[in-house]
Design a protein around this ligand. Sequence first.
Ligand code: PTJ
Length: 248
Amino acid sequence: MSDFAADKSHPRYQSLLMRHRLEMAAKAGMLADSALIAHGRGEAYDYLLGEKTIPSAHDATMEALAHLQNANSAVISLNGNTIALAGTELMQLASHLNIPVEVNIFYRTPERMSALLSHLYKIKNDNDLDVEILGENPDAKIPGLEGPRANCCEKGIYDSDVILVPLEDGDRCEALVAMGKTVLVIDLNPLSRSARMGSVTIVDELLRVANNLLTGAMQEIIRTPRPNYDNNQHLQAAIDHITSTLSS
Ligand code: PTJ
């Protein structure tokens, strides 16, 4: 993502950088047509959250990390926006946790799959990462979903007990929960169906979450999932934060 010209002192530098990453990814054929709409919705919620990781989101991130560290078979599901915005960081996380990533996109076309897979292999080679990249040859289907968005890999998403799904759609999130998986959602909208369906929902911006997960994973502390963890309480904390921002 080379030719980004904005000055780091610009107050909206980070937001401009994220947009630039998406523009470049769109040019490379990696994104769904609606990717920028989805991003804009996320930006609006992020603005209301103060564009920072709120304490409940950090707590949810550490809970998600605990599940990833204790899983029998964890996987990180990657879609177009996710690869464009935080592909390198999530590949580094996967390498550190020794788990695979699977490209699993809602609007599946052979051209997009090929562009996304090439981009991930470039990240893998450039950063000398040891990560299995799945998704190219799906051999299983997520029960309860119709069409190409049900396609997945048996040794990745299908057989996983814990799955990290950034920016997932509500239907698929529900189907993954119905398969008995622990579903770790990243979504800036605490009201979305995915946010409500998830086992652990992190209401925070994807790149901040990826960096927080990576920092936590590099601390080499093995965390334990809390049996009394309350996802609704964390969602409510995010909603309360937004409403207090609006009324202040
Ligand atoms: O690559 P594909 O084909 O799998 O398509 C990916 C998109 C994101 C286009 C597709 O899944 C989609 O349309 O998603 P939705 O239903 O618009 O949901 C996206 C959710 O992610 C919304 O609730 C946004 O608030 C949230 N979101 C957007 N950008 C970010 C985000 N959450 C965290 N970090 C972001 N950067």
